[in-house]
Design a protein. Structure first.
Length: 53
């Protein structure tokens, strides 16, 4: 069994949901998820990539 010490914070950014994670011993991570009504998966991917800059 493995225990992961993680703190997660969610942000709503319009059509995207952002999760900010701090994981003990590993560092900080960001997860970007498309939640809006996009025309295609390609459009959703482009929106996520644009967000990350």
């Amino acid at each position: 069994m493995v225990t992961v010490d993680k703190q997660r914070e969610y942000w709503d950014c319009g059509d995207l949901e952002i999760a900010l994670d701090k994981i003990a011993g590993l560092g900080s991570f960001i997860e970007v998820e498309a939640k809006g009504n996009f025309e295609s998966t390609a459009d959703a991917k482009i929106a996520c990539l644009r967000f990350k800059g």
